[in-house]
Design a protein. Structure first.
Length: 204
């Protein structure tokens, strides 16, 4: 075993152990210190990034003769006026532009990502066992959402109770797989930090 002499390694080990100490010691002063330091560093990085954005996206284009940036600058400046008593109503206009533009762009992306692409992914040729299982699971889940609890007569008439139960099973399998993936991701992060402590710090 050979301990590391790199101060960066020791700093990383201190932060790692301080965060892990929250599991065993809820009111850990080390955890609070690291948390406060993290928030402070994040706030500082935010200020630096904001300054860089203003310099690169406002000052530099204006100095190069690109005056198309003036309208966004005016709208952004109007957001600051909301802190002036009696003039806070002016900030409603840039907020309206931001919300409407963001909603329009978000709606277009959402429709494409969550509806069109999902429908295309569900339309597959039934030439393999994987495609057949996916298609049957898709129909079962759709039946579960559309037929459960509201159209009991339809279920009884067409004997579709088995289909809704199959949809419930498919959903539970999907949720279980998603939860397992999340747990595996967190476990891999923990293993990575333990490996950092054992190899980089202790030299095992």
């Amino acid at each position: 075993m050979q301990l590391s002499t790199d101060p960066i390694i020791w700093l990383g080990a201190f932060v790692t152990i301080s965060i892990i100490s929250f599991v065993f010691w809820n009111d850990s002063p080390f955890y609070k210190y690291v948390q406060s330091a993290y928030l402070g560093v994040a706030a500082g990085v935010t200020v630096v990034v904001g300054y860089g954005n203003i310099k690169n996206q406002v000052v530099t284009p204006l100095s190069n003769g690109n005056y198309n940036i003036i309208i966004p600058v005016i709208l952004g400046s109007l957001l600051i006026i909301r802190f002036i008593p009696g003039l806070n109503w002016v900030a409603r206009y840039p907020v309206a532009v931001l919300v409407s533009g963001g909603a329009g762009l978000g709606l277009a992306n959402t429709v494409q990502a969550q509806f069109v692409s999902q429908i295309r992914a569900g339309i597959v040729p039934l030439n393999s066992l994987d495609n057949i299982i996916m298609f049957v699971g898709l129909i079962a889940v759709i039946a579960f959402f559309f037929l459960t609890g509201r159209t009991t007569k339809v279920i009884e008439k067409f004997k579709l109770g088995w289909l809704t139960r199959l949809g419930r099973i498919v959903l539970m399998i999907a949720f279980g797989a998603s939860f397992g993936t999340t747990v595996m991701g967190r476990a891999s992060i923990l293993i990575g930090r333990l490996q950092f402590l054992l190899t980089d710090l202790l030299g095992l």
